[in-house]
Ligand binder design. Structure first.
Ligand code: SAM
Length: 297
């Protein structure tokens, strides 16, 4: 098992769905192949939440190649997509791993037929082998802050060579706001953001700077780039998600802090968890979505 447990991906999914910039997939639609199969490459797909968010908006015929290094997450992709398809009124064909149904967004391509193919693939080690030929969209969600500058430059350069659009959702951007606020919030989140720069398998991670670097690298390769805020707005009632975040941030901040500061962080955690328990805590976590379209030659 990797660092991302399926329970965590399921816990964050409602906040992800609410946060996504709704207009970026629609801006992409005119650049998708008309009346042809759209081949999509989903990087770090986890259990498939990016597919479930995007496929119904893009509509038409789609074939998703879903890449992840974690086999346990890949093993859940079909079941979670089946459950979602059934809840959302789509049909699910288990033999072809295919979702079909009427497309709810009339602005994009009509009727949805979407197959999915999970594949174990280590993006950190095998970027040069990325199966990008014939792909009509490269996408990812909640992945980019893990990667390094070198890795990201390599990805953008591969995408630019085949002139493929890029849609990257939900990249953490370093902003966190708590309600009620406390005097230690800034210090803890600064420590968390330093921790974000640690190597997550791709070399020194870009962390909160990743989306900005992608915008610059893509523009330099001749892409037209659109960026939107896609902040998590976590509700008072989402206690489990808030508690998981607070515990994770406390752990990360302690790893960055001196022993004397760790007691303060532990106190911050206890006060924050108590506010969550009382149902009076809200948290905003800054994220960005980015769409990059290759300019016409
Ligand atoms: C935060 S999760 C996001 C998953 C999914 N995209 C979502 O939005 O729910 C990050 C994902 O990146 C995957 N990942 C991390 N390092 C990877 C690597 N070197 N190669 C492939 N996948 C990787 C993890 O296994 C995990 O599924």
């Amino acid at each position: 098992m990797g660092d991302f447990h399926a329970d965590w991906l399921r816990l964050r999914a409602p906040a992800d769905i609410r946060a996504r910039a709704a207009d970026l997939p629609l801006l992409l639609c005119p650049y998708l192949p008309k009346g042809q199969m759209l081949r999509v490459l989903d990087l770090g797909c986890g259990t498939g939440s990016n597919l479930r968010a995007l496929a119904p908006v893009l509509g038409g015929e789609q074939a998703w190649l879903c890449l992840d290094a974690d086999v346990e997450l890949l093993d859940r992709l079909a079941d979670e997509t089946q459950a979602w398809a059934q809840e959302s009124g789509f049909d699910w064909d288990a033999s072809d791993q295919r979702v079909t149904g009427a497309q709810p967004h009339p602005t994009c391509r009509p009727h949805l037929t979407c197959t999915l193919a999970p594949r174990r693939f280590d993006l950190a080690c095998d970027l040069a082998e990325l199966p990008i030929e014939g792909i009509g969209l490269v996408t990812a969600s909640a992945l980019l802050d893990l990667v390094s500058e070198t890795w990201l430059a390599g990805l953008v350069s591969q995408c630019a060579k085949v002139r493929v659009p890029i849609l990257i959702a939900l990249t953490y951007d370093g902003r966190v706001a708590f309600e009620p606020a406390s005097s230690l919030d800034r210090e803890v989140i600064d420590a968390v953001n330093r921790h974000q720069g640690r190597d997550k398998g791709f070399g020194p991670a870009l962390g909160p700077g990743a989306n900005g670097r992608l915008a610059i690298l893509a523009a330099a390769q001749g892409y037209w780039v659109e960026v939107r805020m896609s902040d998590w707005r976590i509700r008072r009632s989402e206690r489990e998600l808030q508690a998981a975040l607070i515990r994770g941030w406390s752990r990360a901040a302690c790893e960055e802090a001196s022993a004397s500061d760790q007691a303060g962080i532990a106190h911050w955690e206890a006060v924050r968890l108590a506010a969550v328990e009382r149902g009076c805590s809200r948290i905003i976590v800054g994220h960005r979505d980015l769409l990059a379209i290759p300019r016409r030659a």
